[in-house]
Ligand binder design. Structure first.
Ligand SMILES: [Cu+2]
Length: 294
């Protein structure tokens, strides 16, 4: 039995891998709502050390994650018990090449109790294996060589959305509006429906659109869709958060508190507070771009 997961291009999937996550078998950042049904998508981005292909993946399901269904993989044999799901390549031809990335997906019902869940994952390869099973020890922030995949189960009202590379454009004297930009990833999907900040009288979610030969911006009706596990980038000349009726200059070096409001497919509301630095990140296209937002 297959689950109707949306298919996405390899390019889109590849964009989800951050440099840090690339080294590990991991779950997407951003967490999931307590009590929700959640697609745990384990990302395999490379084979084991000195190996050419991944030939198997065995996931231990922690207490707090009740198996609903595991997604089969063409050319792989899937076995599942209440506490363990495993995929095994049927032949060398269907094994996952080291240079390719894939998601192995298990749907489960999450505990009502917020907190981290750890999934131990054994990755088997044509040569050797990697046991992603290390748990963090209390009081130590040391980087683990083979960390178990972590899922943050979030209390009601906290948005299961990962916010990265956020920044607000600084203003020049007399400027009454500016933009905020970021990369948003919702592991279970969501909509960004609103924004607020104490520094602006009005904060809206905007899009840029060509009208004739003029680029104009306007509020996005209904907010911005964040499809599950796809990164949506808010950027100058694209979707952005617009801060208007500014109550103070937006100075480089300061941070601006933003509250992002989201809704899930069932209409459940949640929010996320982020402190956003002012100024385009060094090296970004926007840093060298003359575009102002007024
Ligand atoms: Cu705008």
């Amino acid at each position: 039995m297959t689950i109707p997961f949306a298919t996405r291009s390899l390019a889109a999937s590849a964009a989800l891998f951050s440099a840090a996550a690339l080294a590990h078998v991991s779950l997407p950042a951003g967490g999931a709502a307590a009590g929700s049904e959640y697609d745990a998508a384990f990302r395999v981005g490379h084979a084991c050390t000195d190996a050419k292909t991944t030939t198997g993946l065995r996931v231990q399901l922690p207490e707090g994650f009740t198996l609903v269904q595991a997604q089969p993989r063409t050319g792989w044999t899937l076995t599942a018990t209440a506490r363990e799901v495993a995929w095994k390549a049927d032949s060398a031809q269907t094994a996952l090449p080291g240079a390719e990335r894939a998601e192995f997906i298990v749907r489960g019902k999450l505990t009502d109790k917020p907190g981290p869940l750890y999934f131990k994952v054994l990755q088997s390869c044509d040569v050797g294996s990697a046991d992603w099973a290390q748990l963090p020890t209390a009081g130590s922030s040391a980087k683990l060589a083979l960390p178990a995949a972590r899922l943050d189960v979030l209390p009601a009202g906290v948005a299961a959305v990962d916010v990265r590379d956020a920044w607000v454009r600084q203003t020049v004297p007399g400027q009454s509006g500016t933009g905020a930009f970021m990369k948003l990833t919702a592991p279970s999907g969501a909509r960004l429906v609103g924004v607020s900040t104490p520094v602006a009288g009005v904060a809206e979610v905007h899009e840029m659109k060509m009208e004739g030969d003029t680029m104009r911006m306007r509020e996005v009706a209904g907010g911005i869709a964040l499809p599950a596990r796809e990164t949506v980038e808010l950027k100058p000349s694209g979707l952005h958060v617009m801060l208007m009726d500014l109550k103070q200059p937006i100075a480089k070096g300061s941070t601006i508190p933003l509250t992002l409001r989201f809704e899930d497919a069932k209409g459940a509301k949640s929010s996320l507070k982020v402190d956003v630095p002012v100024g385009a990140p060094a090296g970004s296209a926007a840093a060298s771009q003359g575009h102002t937002h007024n």
